[in-house]
Design a protein around this ligand. Sequence first.
Ligand code: 5GP
Ligand code: ZN
Length: 114
Amino acid sequence: MENCLFCKIIKGEIPCDKVYEDEEILAFHDINPAAPIHILVIPKKHITSLAHIEKEDENIIGKIYGVINKIAEEQGFKQDGYRVIVNCGKNGGQEVMHLHFHILAGKRLGEKIV
Ligand code: 5GP
Ligand code: ZN
């Protein structure tokens, strides 16, 4: 998808601090971390938001959660815990319109909404 920031990161046109990559998924550190550890996990396929997931995308969502746990294990924060957030659309506060999962870790997180 042209003019999509995360598609440009996937293509290597914009650099990122990579944490994990396979054929379908990329994970990298957020440029403006909201916690000591703040990693974004994205599908390489351009999916605009959680609201744009098609039936054929449901497998990749499951895989992303598997990758999140793998990252938690490898980066050493699995035991202490972490939070996964997906902002969706205007009211959800989504700014980059390419589906992404925020992993926040490294401290006891405040501002619990649910
Ligand atoms: P959203 O608000 O859409 O859920 O989250 C977008 C996230 O992308 C924000 O946390 C923001 O800091 C991050 N971000 C925006 N531009 C870049 C970038 O160029 N590189 C990286 N690594 N993260 C970015
Ligand atoms: Zn994209």
